[in-house]
Design a protein around this ligand. Sequence first.
Ligand code: SAM
Length: 208
Amino acid sequence: MNNFFSGFHKPEGFGGWLLLTGMNIGHSAVSNWGLKHLALRPQDTILDIGCGGGKNIQRMLKRAPEGRVCGLDYAGASVKKSRKLNAKAIREGRCEIRQGSVSENPWPDNTFDIVTAFETIYFWPDLAGDFLEVRRTLKPGGVFLICNEMNKPEQGEVPYQYWINKLSLKTYTAPEFHGYLAEAGFIHVQIWSEGKNRLCISARAKKD
Ligand SMILES: C[S@@+](CC[C@H](N)C(=O)[O-])C[C@H]1O[C@@H](n2cnc3c(N)ncnc32)[C@H](O)[C@@H]1O
């Protein structure tokens, strides 16, 4: 994969900075649609995995004014841009952004009320194991929200197939997501779809 396309997997350098600026703008519609399905409480503690340019962290900080929103991303450029965009909240102690992989989530067990993943699941290396990591960091009963616009339809033509191939994205059907979530100990799985290929999925971490 050449540098431009690999930037979608792991944005780095000036090209990555440009891509992240574009994603902060270009992903607004799908992000705002996904956030409509999240019942945020003002004091919630939230983690946004694959936080990219940090726009969704900023949106959720506004909607949880007494809460705390953290970000995790394995790309240095994403961490830098997210920290810059949310610098005020970081200074106030309401935001923390760490560099690391979803597969080795650096936060302790039972930390978050909500974990979100916008337009990032396509790159996760091991969905079954990575969903277990999400559940580990969620409090029992906490909510995991996934929002994507590239998905595998259950039948018929695959929208955006050219881009899925070009960017080597891993895509899943709604029932496949349901299966992975159930395996990882999530319950109350709800799935919404819209337009050509948008999916938003929420699930609750089972209490042991
Ligand atoms: C397409 S961007 C989406 C960014 C942002 N969530 C948005 O909606 O604009 C995908 C992001 O996921 C991050 N990412 C991909 N795989 C990851 C992994 N295994 N662990 C942590 N972050 C990952 C990338 O570095 C990138 O910042």
